[in-house]
Design a protein around this ligand. Structure first.
Ligand code: NI
Length: 192
């Protein structure tokens, strides 16, 4: 049986503490595999695009990512379910783009963050198999948001212009259309 985990909110020290790398042995344990299932279940129930282990009070370098026709992000391309263990991201080139982000640990606030357009990913999957891949565009932005969590950062730390901060209601009222157009351009350029 999977269970829903409590999501830490901004101000909770767990979001700022360093997270611990997993060994393949620890990853293989039944309790850890159950935790990963719970992480996925919690992400889906909260309609997040991703969820990091330390957002549910486990200071471990694991995150889940998935976008599947997400009503919180109606303009976003889908991302298949991905578990990253001990992820390391390396930006490729200088290209960056503006991404309007929100977070399950930051209630009712969104803001513009600059993200690398292309990043190389080195990680393990939930079975300990190596992941070596390159991600682009909106997928790259999501990976960066989640790995930031594992490094104790929130998207708010990277908002360059605090005037971009909006409530979700005002995002939908004043910004959704423009953001959907901008995301469309990113997807056209980078394929995701
Ligand atoms: Ni987040």
């Amino acid at each position: 049986m999977n269970r829903l985990l409590n999501i830490a909110q901004i101000g909770d020290p767990v979001l700022r503490e360093p997270t611990t790398e997993l060994t393949p042995d620890l990853l293989a344990q039944a309790e850890m595999q159950q935790f990963i299932d719970d992480l996925i279940e919690t992400m889906r129930a909260a309609k997040g695009a991703g969820l990091a282990a330390n957002q549910v009070h486990q200071s471990l370098r694991i995150c889940a990512i998935e976008v599947r026709d997400n009503p919180r992000y109606p303009y976003r391309p889908n991302i298949p379910l991905t578990i990253l263990v001990n992820p390391v991201l390396t930006p490729v080139g200088e290209d960056m783009f503006e991404n309007y982000e929100g977070c399950l640990s930051v209630p009712n606030l969104r803001g513009i963050v600059h993200r690398h357009s292309v990043v190389d990913v080195s990680a393990m999957d939930r079975n300990g198999a190596p992941i070596q891949t390159r991600v682009k565009g909106m997928i790259a932005a999501t990976y960066q948001h989640e790995v930031d969590h594992l490094n104790g950062l929130l998207f708010l730390d990277r908002v360059g212009d605090s005037r971009s901060l909006v409530t979700w209601e005002n995002f939908e009222r004043y910004h959704l259309q423009q953001v959907a157009e901008n995301v469309g351009k990113v997807v056209a350029q980078y394929g995701s």
